[in-house]
Design a binder for this molecule. Structure first.
Ligand SMILES: [Zn+2]
Length: 462
């Protein structure tokens, strides 16, 4: 006979984090006996507040789960991590609460992973009730309409260029939509590709979305979400350890992503991003200089990238909406408005077939620019000998700014819908090591920005 979800718990795990244990992890072991097809965890704690980094004064508890195969970094025992997003988890042979992976629960020692993201003045008292074989039926899955409807957006002004949004969340972390619904929405926004970068996900999105036949291209990724900042790894199927927010721990996790051939980028290095706390960590290839609406403190991320450029490093500038909820129009002038898919858009140059691999190759080669939206201005910057060629589309009335080591080194008005400016490097200050372009609306907002062209102090030497 089936038992119901609110049967007496089979196990109760209780404990406490003190205020000085904020941002530490704890593995809480429990034993799963023979003959369990489904288990349910119900988690409660006191003084609960939202995970938003602008909220404080109470408790936020993050939750993850490892099965009997162990807790090793990158290992098969990781069943998922839901952050502070869910407090009722069902794990079973046939289905699991997203983002947890389904599959027969094995007998042996499991571990609930608890992360004390925020601990208020009263401390954090937690209680985990574990029920075996509660017989909870699978919830009905929301089905997207599945129809491919492409938005009309301005065509690329140069051949081989494609637009997308690589930083998005789904129900496989704290987002609101299925991966398939995200694919539909990406097409409706006129995107050629989209990323899925769920926080510390155990479930790969590959196979969960429509592909081919004109559908936007999925670039699978993971947002490695630690208490010392976030980084994205695209192009691998693994998970990377987020439980050691020290310089050594972060470096190990990033090295693992690099060893798997992933493209690694530092996310939103700005206040309340949350920020990136280990600038000494090395190996990343990109920096998310534009996350969500421009006005959300992205000037700090852009300055972070410029500082790297002045040091002679050349990380690729990336953009991502960090969209969690589809169907919200959003207001860029409201500081608390949610992110919207494709705002900003990342453009990449792929001369051949558009695949996840060729998109990441374009990022490795630095062949990209960023625009405020899928219909926003296009900004192509190339160097040919002593000349800088800047091709601008859909930016009439904006200002083109050239930025080099000391800051703004030149400016031009954009007077046409499609215009190409040739600027002699000899017109720019001597000894620039790089130059890059920005398009500014007359009110000051950035509408597009290019990658940096390396000059290596050769501005006047040719
Ligand atoms: Zn993030």
């Amino acid at each position: 006979m089936r038992r119901v979800a609110r049967q007496q718990p089979d196990l109760e795990l209780a404990g406490r984090f003190e205020p000085d244990e904020q941002q530490t992890f704890r593995h809480v072991p429990f034993t799963v006996p023979e003959g369990v097809d489904q288990l349910h965890l119900h988690i409660t704690y006191n003084d609960q507040i939202d995970s938003n980094p602008l909220h404080f004064g109470g408790n936020t508890l993050d939750v993850g789960l490892f099965d009997q195969r162990g807790t090793a970094a990158g290992g098969p025992g990781f069943r998922g991590w839901s952050g502070s997003n869910k407090l009722d988890l069902t794990i079973g042979r046939d289905w699991s609460t997203p983002p947890y992976r389904a599959g027969a629960p094995g007998r042996g020692e499991w571990n609930v992973l608890l992360g004390a993201y925020k601990v208020g003045p009263n401390g954090l008292e937690y209680r985990v009730e574990v029920r075996f074989n509660p017989g909870i039926p699978a919830p009905s899955q929301p089905q997207p309409n599945g129809r491919l409807v492409r938005a009309k957006v301005p065509p690329a002004a140069e051949p081989g260029w494609y637009r997308g949004d690589l930083h998005n969340h789904t129900i496989y972390s704290d987002g609101g939509s299925t991966p398939a619904a995200l694919a539909v929405a990406a097409a409706e926004e006129g995107l050629d590709f989209y990323g899925i970068t769920d926080h510390n996900r155990a479930q790969s999105p590959v196979g969960l979305v429509p592909e081919g036949d004109g559908w936007p291209v999925l670039v699978p990724g993971v947002e490695v979400t630690t208490y010392a900042g976030h980084f994205n790894v695209w192009g691998t199927d693994a998970w990377y350890d987020f439980r050691e927010p020290t310089e050594a721990g972060i470096q190990r996790a990033m090295d693992a992503g690099l060893a798997d051939g992933g493209f690694v980028s530092i996310n939103h290095p700005k206040p309340f991003g949350p920020p990136w706390e280990f600038p000494q960590v090395t190996g990343f290839m990109g920096v998310e200089v534009w996350n969500g609406w421009w006005g959300r403190i992205n000037n700090v991320s852009l300055a972070w990238w410029d500082e790297r450029l002045r040091r002679g490093e050349r990380p690729t500038p990336l953009a991502g909406s960090d969209m969690h909820r589809l169907g919200i129009v959003g207001d860029p002038d409201d500081p608390l408005t949610p992110a919207r898919l494709g705002r900003p858009a990342l453009w990449v140059h792929v001369p051949g077939e558009l695949t996840a691999g060729t998109i990441l190759d374009a990022l490795r080669a630095g062949e990209c620019f960023i625009s405020e939206s899928p219909s926003g201005p296009q900004l192509y910057v190339t160097r040919s000998g002593d000349m800088l060629r800047v091709h601008v589309a859909d930016a009439r009335g904006d200002a083109l700014l050239l930025i080099g080591d000391p800051g703004c080194v030149a400016a031009r008005p954009i007077t046409g819908d499609d215009c190409t400016l040739a600027i002699a490097l000899s017109e720019l200050p001597a000894d620039l090591t790089y130059v890059r372009a920005e398009l500014h609306h007359p009110t000051g907002a950035i509408r597009a920005l290019s990658n940096a062209i390396a000059l290596n102090g050769s501005t006047h030497s040719r």
